[in-house]
Design a protein around this ligand. Sequence first.
Ligand SMILES: Nc1ncnc2c1ncn2[C@@H]1O[C@H](COP(=O)(O)OP(=O)(O)OP(=O)(O)O)[C@@H](O)[C@H]1O
Length: 370
Amino acid sequence: MTAPVSIRNATKIFGDFTALDDISLEIAAGEYIVLLGPSGCGKTTLLSLLGGFLSPSSGTIEINGKDMGDVAPAKRPTTTMFQDYALFPHMSLRDNVAFGLKMRKVGKSERHAKAEELLDMVGLKTSANKKPHELSGGQRQRVALARALAVEPDVLLLDEPLGALDLKLRRQMQDELKAIQKRVGTTFVHVTHDQEEAMAIADRIVVMNAGRIEDVGSPENIYMQPKTIFTASFMGEVNFIPGTFESATDSTISVKTPLGTVELPEFECRGFTPGASVTLAIRPEHFRASTGTGSRITLGKAKVEDGSFFGTHHRAHLSPLDYPNMTITAHMPQSAIIEPGAWVELTLDPTSVVVLHGHPPRPTPESAAL
Ligand SMILES: Nc1ncnc2c1ncn2[C@@H]1O[C@H](COP(=O)(O)OP(=O)(O)OP(=O)(O)O)[C@@H](O)[C@H]1O
């Protein structure tokens, strides 16, 4: 079972605090959506509006074309899976998974068959008679997922579902969650503050900040072409170089920076006007500190301050000759020899540079990698 979801101009106000501010979002049936953002940005509040545990102060929520305004949580085609799982300790895994079906008066043999089918799907076929305390954290998480899916919701709401797991298990369960979602085809809306988790799982990521949606897109899109300074910095490491927009032709734009004027391909018209403050957002892996140039642009010489080896690459901090107060974080090839004090040529692929409106909120002369 699966359904589309429409959130239209949803606002939620607690007293004089606006937790959600005019949120609109269309979710397709069968999509895996991740709501991503820092603590307090309104993710759980939005999930609670979908589940019916909170009502919007204004705006509407439709699931499968039906307005959910007056529909109680238990009557909605949604199930919520919380971080603490809330499994019943005295019940077998089979009975835990079958619980929702029992409440719906489904007969014993039918509900047990369904529970066993779902336990099989989450890799716990032979554990149906065990109790939750006999399981590891990851196994308990799988039982909670099977239990949530047993009642065949159209939309499954997951609030930090992997928050209680250690990092390794978390990464493993992300792959499993995604695979199970694709298999059952249910619409999933998953809340997390972990950008790697969002990238690993989502069909589309919704980046939230202070009660508003900052950006929506595929993981690749959000990472490579963030629309705002907030998204660029929240989605992994990035260098910000402040600049001034100078001019545009049909195929290039020109931005003046402390490291010189750079000509970049015009990838999308974002309404820049000459003289406007802009920021170049550049991922560390898009810099190359080398002597090669080719079709790359150069930002001049830079001094290696320090470097660390990360297996797949070195991560180095560099000070540009023309602007020594700035620190650039660049990834350098595995084979590079990183010596503090060495001078390198700083080059980058112009197609990887994102030009954003404004300057970062804490504009430091360094514009250090955040
Ligand atoms: N019942 C409430 N009454 C008053 N304020 C609330 C209530 N529920 C949430 N808030 C506030 O609304 C804001 C958003 O809360 P919400 O729980 O949605 O954030 P979140 O993004 O899920 O954060 P976290 O990742 O920490 O769970 C917070 O500032 C929170 O304090």
